[in-house]
Design a protein around this ligand. Structure first.
Ligand SMILES: Nc1ncnc2c1ncn2[C@@H]1O[C@H](COP(=O)(O)OP(=O)(O)O)[C@@H](O)[C@H]1O
Ligand SMILES: [Mg+2]
Length: 437
């Protein structure tokens, strides 16, 4: 992509409304634009990152056996009356009336909707287990939307819903999702910690929150320092026994958010207990028959008797992760994208656009990267060099290649790693080799 043809409305000054780094940097890099409180448009650069995160989340859900569907954003209130949550959900739910006076709502979550799909179609234990997910916008009329996409009113969530015959089986599904989450966050370049969590309005008896550490996180977390040394589970398929072993290992270390932390009874030694702030990037729940009982989601069991299925739900805050990753990965100059989610892998800077030799060398470099399928943003504008460098640092692409008249004379380009700041002078061929590999 040539910057001259791209739409990336960057800001030189810090926007006043932004209190935390990710919000400030997303606005400055031209990734999002606020529409109203907690509701954003995603501009090209932001949209690319959102899609990259979504892709990784999707791949890991698919690998874990979940099936992708797409449920609507607008749901009928009647479904929520069946589960008794229509009144319980309170003011966070955006209630809408259609032209016929029917009560509708903009979904804050989809347990009722998916249970309705299940009960209309699945009748036998032979069709279990079933795990359905979608990646869809949610609306929650938060009292205090803030920090940009971190606590929005409209936000993108991956939510999966599992159906099993009994507790034993749904525990296996829960464990499989738990492990899939660890793999997902690792692929996003993040170190996530699973915490024992409160089940809140979704209800149930088993729940974990996944948080990433960041000073600007909304919750205070307490954890045993060694949990950070646990290796990410392998990419392979795990048997139910292996899944249980992994979950046991990860949950054997103390880790809890402030509402669950009990200082009096915490057994972790003083030097081992770390207190920091964290951002909740995922939340999984096992809630058994809570919805299946109320909504009549049952199947014929092996003995022919009807059983209410045992369910769980599994959320990942996809749009929140864009901000979360920036909180975890930035410096004074801007964002530092982990390679897997970066909007482009390479930023190419032409130090003297309009100069024939520079233009030719840059075009050639650009074309070769394009031909090799490497995503590159080419700053071919006539801006000053200082402005170009600052902009590239701000948008945080993993690699920067700078081509200018002086280097060209000695046959070199400058090759920079955004994360470490390390620079080397390389021949264009050697630089291409590193990027195409
Ligand atoms: N207002 C919000 N803005 C952005 N992301 C959110 C918001 N609320 C929840 N999420 C994301 O969706 C995930 C699942 O939500 P859930 O646990 O049901 O919400 P909550 O913790 O607010 O009850 C959360 O872990 C979080 O990453
Ligand atoms: Mg939660």
């Amino acid at each position: 992509m040539r910057l001259s043809r791209f739409f990336m409305p960057t800001l030189k000054e810090d926007p006043k409304e932004a209190q935390i780094a990710s919000h400030r940097l997303m606005l400055r890099a031209g990734m999002i634009q606020q529409s109203s409180a907690g509701i954003y448009s995603w501009l090209p650069l932001g949209h690319m990152v959102l899609k990259n995160i979504e892709k990784i989340v999707r791949e890991e859900q698919n690998k874990a056996g979940a099936l992708e569907i797409l449920m609507p954003t607008i749901q009928p209130a009647d479904l929520w009356r069946e589960s008794d949550r229509y009144d319980d959900y309170g003011k966070e739910m955006l209630r809408i009336e259609d032209r016929h006076g029917r009560a509708m709502l903009y979904g804050p979550t989809n347990e009722e909707q998916v249970t309705d799909i299940f009960r209309s179609n699945v009748k036998s234990y032979k069709d279990l287990p079933l795990n359905l997910y979608h990646i869809q916008w949610k609306f929650r009329d938060e009292v205090r939307p803030r920090f940009g996409v971190m606590r929005g009113r409209e936000f993108l969530m991956k939510d999966a819903y599992s159906f099993d015959l009994d507790y034993e089986n749904s525990k296996i599904t829960y464990n499989r999702m738990f492990v899939a989450y660890l793999k997902t966050y690792a692929r996003l370049g993040l170190q996530a910690i699973p915490l024992r969590a409160d089940t809140g309005p979704i209800g149930g008896d088993l729940s974990h929150e996944f948080i990433i550490l960041a000073d600007t996180g909304e919750s205070e977390v307490f954890y045993h320092k060694d949990i950070l040394n646990l290796p990410t589970p392998d990419a392979k398929d795990h048997s139910p026994e292996e899944l249980q072993t992994l979950v046991d290992e990860w949950t054997s270390y103390y880790a809890a958010a402030d509402e669950m932390h009990d200082a009096e009874n915490c057994t972790v030694g003083e030097g081992d207990l770390i207190t920091r702030r964290g951002i909740e990037v995922g939340h999984i729940f096992h809630f058994g028959q809570k919805y299946s009982e109320k909504m009549g989601a049952s199947v014929a069991g092996p003995d022919g008797k009807d059983v209410n299925v045992s369910m769980g739900s599994y959320g990942i805050g996809v749009s929140r992760l864009v901000g979360g990753i920036i909180e975890a990965c930035h410096d004074d100059n801007g964002i530092i994208w982990p390679e897997e989610v970066a909007p482009f892998k390479v930023g190419l800077i032409n130090l003297k656009s309009g100069d024939d030799a520079c233009d030719a060398a840059c075009d050639e470099f650009y074309n070769k990267l394009q031909a090799a399928g490497v995503d590159v943003l080419y700053d071919d504008t006539s801006d000053r060099a200082g402005g170009k460098f600052a902009k590239m640092d701000l948008i945080g692409l993993p690699w920067q290649v700078t081509i200018g008249p002086r280097g060209l004379k000695s046959g070199v380009v400058e090759f920079k790693n955004r994360a470490s700041g390390e620079k080397e002078e390389l021949s264009p061929e050697a630089a291409l080799e590193k990027l195409i590999g």
